[in-house]
Design a protein around this ligand. Structure first.
Ligand SMILES: Nc1ncnc2c1ncn2[C@@H]1O[C@H](COP(=O)(O)OP(=O)(O)OP(=O)(O)O)[C@@H](O)[C@H]1O
Length: 370
């Protein structure tokens, strides 16, 4: 049976809710009114720990979407849904609609209807590894810039920490080099006064403070993970491939050296009494021999033990590593313009800055409009 036959046979009709309130007055009325959509059922494209994802096309609008179906525990509000309703940014997967459905056993499933993206960054990297080739450095730079635009919006506007940044959760279009962040199943609005579980984030990408069991960590854990993602894109393999929770720390120490007393205190003060074997760091310019100084410098600023020493997402955007995008010409300028990399929304992306900070940041991020 071919796909056409399947799509002709199985068109489903669903009453769905809008993903966001719309209209100037908050549009609550519209959001709460269900509408009917129809789509052909198709094959599953992704299987995560919490559910399945399949892609289809909404018949009424012609939009390609991905539908993520997760088992809903009736006792709790679904945090992924609540957070996705808040988020609207060009580099964050958009929640278009959602609906609930019951299976024959009475289990309730939440279905999130999301923007469709053709590939994950994990798949994109595997493509180059299979060809025994490398990902073009400019492609990496465009993806990283969009990731930091997404994180700057999440951290500074929505006050959301993603807590699971990894190549599998970065969706890309290899034709345009567009990137969107997905999977908000671990995301949370962190409050400085409330503890948070440290057993989050996928192993290779876990910030050292999480491995040290900190419960007072900050949005800076996402920056560490992003540094690991960039390192992996450059190396073609994970930078810190730990085989277990504690081996993850060993892998980090093998390259960054043993953290100092001060750094351990900054990660988790309760660990101060532990003794670690003294390992000398390997300078990152030796690990990334073929990369230029701006690239290595940028990695150094993301992969710092002390979370407060690490660049935050806006500092990452301002890094000299991205100057090449700001002063692009010819084909690269076309890519930068298509992706609207140098466009920022003042309220949602730069609204947290004072007037003086804003002036300095504008000078850096949008040199052509000054
Ligand atoms: N919007 C989308 N467009 C295309 N593919 C998607 C989309 N969202 C998810 N996928 C695919 O489905 C996979 C799983 O999605 P997601 O990470 O959201 O699910 P999960 O159950 O939370 O997974 P995990 O076990 O990683 O936490 C993704 O890695 C991706 O391959």
């Amino acid at each position: 049976m071919n796909v056409q036959e399947i799509t002709n046979e199985e068109i489903v009709h669903k009453q769905v809710y809008w993903g966001h309130a719309s209209g100037g007055n908050g549009g609550q009325g519209q959001q709460e009114q269900p509408i009917e959509i129809s789509y052909p059922t198709t094959e599953v494209v992704g299987r995560g720990s919490f559910g399945v994802v399949f892609t289809t096309t909404i018949q009424q609008s012609g939009e390609m979407v991905a539908i993520k179906k997760v088992l809903q525990d009736r006792r709790f509000k679904n945090r992924e849904l609540e957070i996705m309703k808040l988020l609207q940014h060009p580099n964050v997967i958009d929640l278009k609609y959602y609906f609930y459905e019951k299976d024959p056993h009475g289990e309730v499933y939440l279905n999130l209807i999301l923007d469709y993206m053709p590939q994950s960054l994990y798949q994109r990297l595997r493509h180059f590894v299979h060809l025994t080739s490398i990902m073009p450095r400019l492609e990496i730079k465009c993806y990283m810039y969009q990731l930091f635009k997404a994180l700057n919006y999440l951290h500074h506007h929505a006050n959301v920490c993603h807590r699971d940044i990894k190549p599998q959760n970065l969706l890309v279009d290899p034709q345009t080099w567009e990137l969107k962040l997905c999977d908000f199943g671990s995301a949370k609005q962190l409050k400085p006064t409330e503890p948070n579980v440290s057993y989050i984030c996928s192993r290779y990408y876990r910030a050292p403070e999480l491995i040290f069991g900190a419960t007072n960590y900050s949005n800076q854990i996402d920056i560490w993970s992003s540094g690991c993602v960039m390192a992996e894109l450059l190396l073609g393999q994970p930078m810190f491939p730990g085989e277990s929770g504690i081996d993850q720390l060993v892998e980090i120490i093998k390259i960054l050296g043993t953290p100092s007393k001060q750094e351990i205190c900054a990660m988790n003060p309760n660990y101060m009494e532990h003794k670690f074997p003294q390992i000398k760091p390997i300078p990152l310019y030796k690990v990334f021999k073929k990369e230029d100084d701006a690239t290595v410098e940028f990695l150094i600023n993301m992969l710092k033990y002390d979370p407060l020493e690490r660049f935050n997402s806006l500092q990452c955007l301002c890094a000299p590593y991205f100057d090449e995008l700001r002063f692009a010409t010819d084909d690269l300028k076309q890519v930068v313009d298509n992706l609207k990399l140098l466009a920022f929304d003042y309220e949602t992306e730069l609204g947290h800055l004072t007037e003086d900070q804003l002036a300095a940041v504008k000078l850096k991020l949008m040199p052509s409009i000054i």
